[in-house]
Design a binder for this molecule. Structure first.
Ligand SMILES: Nc1ncnc2c1ncn2[C@@H]1O[C@H](COP(=O)(O)OP(=O)(O)OP(=O)(O)O)[C@@H](O)[C@H]1O
Ligand SMILES: [Mg+2]
Length: 145
């Protein structure tokens, strides 16, 4: 799996970040406090959120208000685009997670997994959840059904 794009909104020091066309090997250089560790924490955060849950992944980092960019009012958004072989074909997959707050508790505003099934057409959403409701396609490899 190769990550090609990372988009962040309101994730700690990154109020708005877009890294596109990432190569197979990327090196990040920057002064102290510019967000190198924060960028890599995105992967730890997602891993913990997906294996456990978003609330505990946030709690480990001080809670929603500590993770959300200071002085910002928007939701936390993490979007990754990566190439992955699915049913024998390499596909460009997009995963998007948007976290908001509702009644002082974190809530998933949006969780989407999508990729193009064929060469043409718009990307198909295999998973789409918002505020506890949505769908996940389980026979995604059987495109004809
Ligand atoms: N919620 C937040 N909103 C805005 N900025 C934040 C937030 N949380 C942390 N920061 C800032 O992010 C910066 C820390 O970034 P990070 O630790 O990723 O930098 P770094 O490049 O790894 O630095 P170093 O070279 O010292 O390891 C600090 O300046 C900190 O104040
Ligand atoms: Mg660091």
């Amino acid at each position: 799996m190769q990550i090609e794009t990372i988009r962040l909104k309101n994730f700690k020091v990154f109020q708005s970040l877009e890294l596109t066309g990432l190569p197979g090997l990327a090196v990040f250089v920057g002064a102290n406090g510019t967000g190198k560790s924060t960028l890599f924490d995105v992967f730890a955060f997602l891993s913990e959120a997906l294996q456990g849950n978003v609330t505990s992944a946030l709690a480990k980092r001080g809670g929603f208000k500590e993770v959300k960019s200071r002085m910002s009012t928007g939701n936390i958004e993490i979007e990754l685009q990566f190439r992955l072989e699915i049913t024998g074909k390499e596909r460009l997959v997009t995963y998007l997670l948007e976290i908001g707050e509702f009644k002082n508790r974190p809530i998933i505003e949006k969780e989407i997994l999508r990729y193009k099934r064929g060469r043409y057409g718009s990307p198909y959403q295999f998973l789409h959840f918002s505020r506890g409701a949505g769908y996940a396609v389980t026979n995604e490899e059987d495109f004809n059904k």
